[in-house]
Design a protein around this ligand. Structure first.
Ligand code: NAD
Ligand code: DAU
Length: 364
C-alpha cells in the first residue's frame, strides 16, 4: 500500500443492523461507523430500556442513511422484517442487559434479552442468510465480555481466547450462554458469526450506574464515592472509541467462527482508579461542593460474588488483525472527566426516580 492509498477505496457499502445502538458502546459505535462509512446504511434496533437513550443519537436522526427502530430483539417478526426490508448484510449485536449489580437484583431480564434475544437474532439471521444463498460478505458480530472467563488470581496469566468459561454472575452467565449460541451457529450451520470478548469500557455516553460515570457524577454532586469491599479488585480498562475501532477491524478482517479478545493493557485497582478520577476532577472542575474529592471516598459492603481480577491477553487481535489500543488510561480518563463536565444536559435527566430507587436498593 502506498502512503496515499485509501484502504476503503474498493470497499462495497454495507447495510448494517446495530442492536443496542442507543446504549453506551452501541452509540459510540454508531458514531464511529457513520463518520467512517457515510455511504453505508445504518439501522439501529433498540428497545430503549432504562439504559437506552435516543437523545444520544439525536444528531443522526435526520440523516438519509440512518434509521432508528424502537423494538425488542426478542421480537422475531420485527427482526425478520428488518433484515429483509433493509437487505441487511452485517449485524453488530450490542443489545443486552449489561450491569452486574442489576443482574444480582433481578436475573430474569438478563436471561430473556441476553440469551433468548441473541438466539432470536441468530435464528432470524440464519434464515435471512440462507434465503439469500449464503452470501460470503454477510457477518454477525456478537459483542461479548471478558467476564465469561471468570475471575483471575493475582499471578494468573491474562484471559486468552482458549481460557475456559467460568462465569460467576447472572450477567456473565447469560452472556456466556449467548456466546455459546453464536459459536454453535457457526459450527452447525456455518452462519458467519464472530465473537469478541472485551474488557471494561469507559468514555462518553456511559450510563451513571457504572463505576466511572457514577464516581464522576457523585463528585460533581458532592455525594459519597462508594467503593465496594476493600477496593483492591482489578479491571482492565479500555477507552470505548478504541473498542469501536477494534470491532470495525473485526467486521472487515476477522474470520467467521473465530473469537477475538479485546483489551486495554490497563490493569488498575478500583481504589487507584477512583483516586485518579478524584485528582482529575479536583484539577478540571471549576466548582465542586467538596474538595479535595478524595474526602468523599467511602468503603461500602462488597458486591456478592465480586470477581477479583480481569485481564485480557489481546495478542491474537494484534498479531492477526493489526489492532491495538491507542489511548492510555491517563489520557482516556482525562477525556472522560472533561466529557462529563461538559455534558450535564446528557447525564442529569438520567438521574430519574427509577435510577434513584435502584441506587437506594444497591447502596442503602
Ligand atoms: P448498555 O446497557 O449501555 O446498553 C444496552 C443497550 O441495549 C441499551 O440501549 C438498551 O436499551 C438496549 N437493549 C436492552 N435490551 C434490549 C432488547 N431486549 N432489545 C433491544 N434493545 C435492548 O450496554 P453497553 O455497556 O453499551 O454494552 C453493550 C454490549 O457490550 C453488551 O452486550 C455488553 O455485554 C458488552 N460489553 C460491555 C462492556 C462494558 O464495559 N460496558 C465490556 C465488554 C462487553
Ligand atoms: O469486564 C467487562 C464488563 O465491565 C462488562 O461486561 C459489563 O457490562 C460492565 O458493566 C463492566 O462490568 P463491571 O462489573 O466490571 O463494571 P462496573 O462499572 O459495575 O464495576 C467496575 C468495578 O468497580 C467492579 O470491580 C465493581 C466496582 N464498583 C462498581 C460500582 C458501580 C465499586 O466499587 N463501586 C460501585 O459503585
Amino acid at each position: 500500500m502506498t502512503a496515499n492509498s485509501n484502504p476503503n477505496e474498493n470497499r462495497q457499502p454495507h447495510r448494517i443492523l446495530i442492536t443496542g445502538g442507543a446504549g453506551f458502546i452501541g452509540s459510540n459505535f454508531v458514531y464511529h461507523w457513520y463518520t467512517k462509512y457515510p455511504d453505508d446504511r445504518i439501522i439501529v434496533l433498540d428497545a430503549l430500556t432504562y439504559a437506552g437513550n435516543r437523545q444520544t443519537l439525536g444528531n443522526l436522526e435526520t440523516k438519509e442513511n440512518f434509521r432508528f427502530v424502537k423494538g425488542d430483539i426478542c421480537d422475531r417478526s420485527l427482526v425478520d422484517t428488518l433484515l429483509k426490508e433493509e437487505s441487511i448484510d452485517t449485524v453488530a449485536h450490542f443489545a443486552a442487559e449489561s450491569h452486574v449489580d442489576r443482574s444480582i437484583l433481578g436475573p430474569a431480564a438478563f436471561v430473556q434479552t441476553n440469551v433468548v434475544g441473541t438466539f432470536t437474532l441468530l435464528e432470524a439471521f440464519r434464515h435471512h442468510w440462507q434465503d439469500n444463498e449464503r452470501p460470503e460478505n454477510y457477518r454477525f458480530l456478537h459483542v461479548s465480555t471478558d467476564e465469561v472467563y471468570g475471575s483471575l488470581g493475582p499471578d494468573d496469566p491474562a484471559f486468552s481466547e482458549t481460557t475456559p468459561y467460568t462465569p460467576n454472575s447472572p450477567y456473565s452467565a447469560s452472556k456466556a450462554g449467548s456466546d455459546h449460541l453464536a459459536r454453535a451457529y457457526f459450527h452447525t450451520y456455518k452462519v458467519p458469526t464472530i465473537i469478541t470478548n472485551c474488557s471494561n469500557n469507559y468514555g462518553p455516553y456511559h450510563f451513571p450506574e457504572k463505576l466511572i460515570p457514577l464516581m464522576c457524577i457523585n463528585m460533581l454532586l458532592g455525594k459519597p464515592l462508594p467503593v465496594y469491599g476493600d477496593g483492591q479488585n482489578i479491571r482492565d480498562w479500555l477507552y470505548v472509541r478504541d473498542h469501536c475501532s477494534a470491532l470495525d477491524v473485526v467486521i472487515h478482517a476477522g474470520q467467521p467462527g473465530e473469537t477475538y479478545n479485546i483489551g486495554g493493557n490497563n490493569e488498575v485497582k478500583n481504589i487507584d482508579l477512583v483516586r485518579m478520577l478524584c485528582q482529575l476532577m479536583d484539577e478540571l472542575a471549576p466548582e465542586l461542593p467538596v474538595r479535595p474529592c478524595e474526602k468523599l471516598i467511602t468503603f461500602v459492603k462488597d458486591r456478592p460474588g465480586h470477581d477479583r481480577r480481569y485481564a485480557i491477553d489481546a495478542t491474537k487481535i494484534k498479531t492477526e488483525l493489526g489492532w491495538s489500543p491507542s489511548v492510555t488510561v491517563e489520557q482516556g480518563l482525562r477525556q472522560t472527566v472533561e466529557w462529563y463536565l461538559a455534558n450535564p444536559d446528557w447525564w442529569k435527566p438520567l438521574l430519574s426516580e427509577e435510577y434513584l430507587a435502584y441506587y437506594q436498593k444497591v447502596y442503602a
